[in-house]
Structures are given as C-alpha cells and as structure tokens.
Design a protein. Sequence first.
Length: 676
Amino acid sequence: MERKECNTPLPLRNMQVTDTFWKKEMELVRKEAIPYQWEALNDRVEGAAPSFCIRNFKVAGKLNRKRREMGASFEEPKYTFRGFESLPKEPGHLEDKFYGFVFQDSDFYKWIEAVGYSLTQHPDSALEEMADRAVELVCNAQQEDGYLDTYYIINGRDKSFTNLRDNHELYCFGHLVEGAVAYWQATGKKRLLDAVRKFADYIDGYFGPEKGKCKGYPGHEVAEMALARLYEATGEERYLALARFFIEERGRQPYYFEQEDRGAQEEKKGKEEDAWGRNQYCQAHLPVREQEEAVGHAVRAVYLYSGMAEVARLTGDEGLYAACRKLWDSIVNEKMYLTAGIGGTHIGEAFSFPYDLPDDTAYAETCASIGLVFFARRMLGISPEAEYADVMERALYNGILSGMALDGKSFFYVNPLSVNPVACRRDERKSHVKAVRQKWFGCACCPPNLSRLVSSVGAYAFSEREDTLFVHLYMSAKLSKEIGGKRVQIEIVSGFPWEGKVQIHVKAQDTGLTLALRLPGWCREYQIAGCLPKEREERKGYLYVKKDWGEADTLELTFPMEVCLIAANGAVRETVGKAALMRGPVVYCLEGADNGEELHLLSIDTDAKPQVWDGEICGLAAKRIAMPGYRQQERESGLYHVWKKPEKEKTMLQYIPYFMWANRGENEMQVWTRTE
C-alpha cells in the first residue's frame, strides 16, 4: 500500500452541494425526513411502530437523578434479559423500564449525525436548538463513570458487557461516536463529544490486550471505524489502538463469544460443534486477516470491513488492506445485486453462498448498501481506484435511494429486485418483502441511516490529499481547498444522473493543483476539453489533470449515457436468459403501473432500440425508457398442457428508475426480464 496515495474526504464545511438531484434529496431529508424521524423517535407518528428511543433516555436520566438523591439507599432495578420489551396490556400505561430493542439508542445517534451534516449545508437555528435539547437529554442519561447505554442503565449494570455478541453496547457506542463527531464538526459544540470521550475512556479501560482487561470485541461491528474517526477528531492514539485491538482480537480461538456469560446456558443456540457457524454470523469465525469470503450478517460485515480499511489507512498496514481487498472482491464479484444491494437471504439478514442472488426473496437491506458505500469510500481513501467509486455510485443511485419514498416519509428495509404483492402477503418465504414502504419499524435502523448518508453525500463525492482534489461522484458543488497557503476555488456543474455532461470551473493559479477525475466504468468512451493531452494521464480509472491553471479555467467532460442491456454471470441461476436495463449509473425496472399485471410474461426484443424520453414520477422529473418487447399470451386451460411455441404479441415495455418504484401504490415490479 502506497501511503502517498491515501486521501481523506473533503470536509463538508469546504463545500456547498448545489446539485439539482442531490440537493433535492438533501432538502427532502432536512425538511421532511429529519423532522418526521424526530417525531417517530418520540412515538408521535400515528400508525407507526413505537420507537421508545427518546423515552428510554428520559427514564435513564430519571433513574440517574434518583441514584444521586438516594445514594446508597437506591435499589437498582432487577435485571431481565429481553431482546424486545413487550408493550403493556393497557396502552398509555408505561412503566419506568426499558422498551424496544437493545440497540434502540442508536436510532437517535444516527439522527443527530444526520442533523450535524444537514447543518453544514443549511444552517437552521430551530433545528439546532431542538438538537441541543436532545443532546442534553442524552447526556443526562450518562452515568458518573462514563457508561452510556440505556438498556443497562435502566435494567441494571450488573450484566453490562456480558453479552457482547447479542446486546449491541459497543454498536450503540460506535454510532454515538459518529453522531457526536458530526455534530461537533458542524456546530463547534462539544457537549456530546465530551460525553463520548468519557464513555470511550471507560471502554478503553475495560477492553484491551493488557493483563486483566476483557478480550472481547463487538458482536455488531461499527465501533472499529467510529474509534478511528474519534482518533482523527481528537488526536488521541488510544482510540486508534482500541480500534485495532477489536479488529485483531476478532476470530481468535477459543472463540470469545462461546466463552462469555450470556446468563442461562440453554439460551445458547446449537451445539458446541456449531460454533463456527454461529461465529460466521458476526464475522468472528476466523482472524480477519484470514477471512477471504464475505459471510454472515451483511450489515455487520461491511461495517467491520470499513473499520479494517480505515485502520489500514491510518496505520499503513498493507496486510490488513490486502485482507480488505479479498473481502471486497468476494462481495462485488460474487455476492452483489445489480442495484448494489447485498445480503441474499433473509435468514440472518446475511450473505448467501457465491452467486446465490434470488431477486424475489432478496434481503438487500438498505443499511447493507449504506455499509457498502462506507467500505467503498474507505478503500478509495487507501487507493483511488475507479471500481470502488463505481460501486459507491451504483449503491447511492439504486439500492440506497430505493429505501426512501419520494416524499421522505416512508421506507423500505428490504430492497428486492422482483415483487408480486400477492406473494408478499400469502407466501411466508417472502413475508419480509414489502410491496409498499412502511411508515416506521420497531427495528428502525434504516431510516436514520439513510438520512445521515444523504446529508453527508458530498463527503463521498470529493476527497483530497496535499495538492490533489479527487472527484469520485459527479454532482454540482462549490468547493474550496488549500494548497501551500493558497486557496483553490472549484465549481462543478453536473447533469448526473440523467445527463453525462460536466463542467469544472477552476481558480487555482500558481497552486500546482492536480484534479483526479473518475472515469465511470459504465462509460465506454469519454470526451474532455480544456486541457492538452500532455496535461492529463489515466491511472486506475482516474484522469489526472495537472496544468498551469490561469485565473479562471474550465474543463468540459462528456460521458455518453447509453442504454445498456445487462446480463448476469451464468452462475446466477435466477437470471439466466434474462436482461436488465441500465442508463449511466441508474438501474431501471418494470412496474405494474405502466405495464399491467403479470410482468413475468413480458420479454425484451434484444434486436430493437430503446427510446429514452423525459418523463416524471409523482411530479419528479426522470429519464424514462421505452423498450420494444413482447407479452406472452396464455391460451391454454388447465394447470399443464403439451408444450407448443407460445403466442406473443408485440408491446412497448415502459421502464422507470428502480429507486422510484413503489411510489404510485401497490403493484408488481421486476428488474430482470426474459429476452428474445
């Protein structure tokens, strides 16, 4: 790994995203999703599953006050192990105890992170004031020694850190770190960051390689990359060392998760010889440097891999980067859907075996695609290679945006590539698949995760090192960067994802600026104007432009967006004889609203030319595609009959962007269609 290639995201304070497409999404999050999610966290959304998140912080703060007031006479609540606390029989009569999943705290932490990012792009005093009050509520729940997890603060501390595999304490801590750093960077306010450091110091005193310290590690990963970020924010080496410890300790035998006390032994699932499988679920079956296949819970996996890549970048660890590379190849070459969804099975929300990518039972959790973007961005930070950004772009425009409705008020947890609403309701094997987005979830990890990613999308588009600005994603923005004490000003005007024309206006006289411009993998040929051949060089899918910049220069890039028929590897059994449509970075699908029922009877005429036209979905502009094809006619009666060549009639297949499906009511959808 060449340390000189490492780069870091351009700070959000050094950019203003002006992009027509992404600014709309960011404003949707700011105006609709963030306020809506705040109401959901406070259990004020009618018809939505209750969250209890904010209520748990209030109860924890109340118990802390009682402890301080009563001192030694305070009787700790009796500990009870529950994955989800059931509701009381009488609605409205809630006791002062914990309700919800053990990881419920993390929903607020992701929300406050989204708020921080949003404030960097659009200052909002009312939102900031509301967030400050919420931060105070959270900090009041923290205990004197720094511990901050409402599940154990309310239920009793005697069992804390005894079930690392299942109970998400370190997962919640990781999201707390991410949220606190983001809010501090946006506002300069350190109240939550100080609470995080106090908790981090407590954790560092409890875990580590030193004698007498716990040798455990997170069951649900995220603390690893969060600790790396906390190190970069504070300069405290101990945090990076702790992140590395969690990574290096993982998967060593005897398996830590088999040794830890989970209370009643009968709660252990399976026999001792099944330990390998149990530990695969949370990527603890082998030391991370020996893992070559992405396995287990997909979100946990990519969060771990992101942490590994971040530690590899910060420490210059070539072996750790090589391990990340093997796992990356396993995902994108064998286990990733066309939409950049990952996690082929609902059993364990997990990766399946190579090339097992069923489209109608796909899990493809929104959070998993978000985690894949985290991983891709961190791999880019080590080595700027276009394939990482290609996957990042694919996920953002498809498998992630599909998780939120066009109005920002309903969400998909699961993102399938084929849906029959009747099957979703009547087939238990597909009960996890929904034909319409949901208002909220009891396990509501995806909505605030979406909000924090969309609000910070600029940090994934642009990165920097000393004299170089990288453009990974083409979106309109105004950027500034310092080189040798001089300020560089860059304005990008992009037509993505609908048009492939990009203008880059540069003010960088006497700075030695190099622009590194990604050449999208979906583009066969590109054109550039504004620089000479000797002033540019292609490396690893990036075009490096270095020239004597004047007071004002303009580069013009053209990436033709042709409609492409995409086929999957023949090892993917479900898609043999089928094709999907892509245009630029956008995956397209058929929907019943445009094509009628029984989409499985449609087929594409592969000799015909597609027609691209300007249309809209729910009032939002979008490029639509009309593709000549056929509809098979069912003329025979009875369940079976002697085969004969099916009769077909010509039709025009109407395609819409995949991320826009399910916004016009419940209907069928499919990405892969038979070919003729």
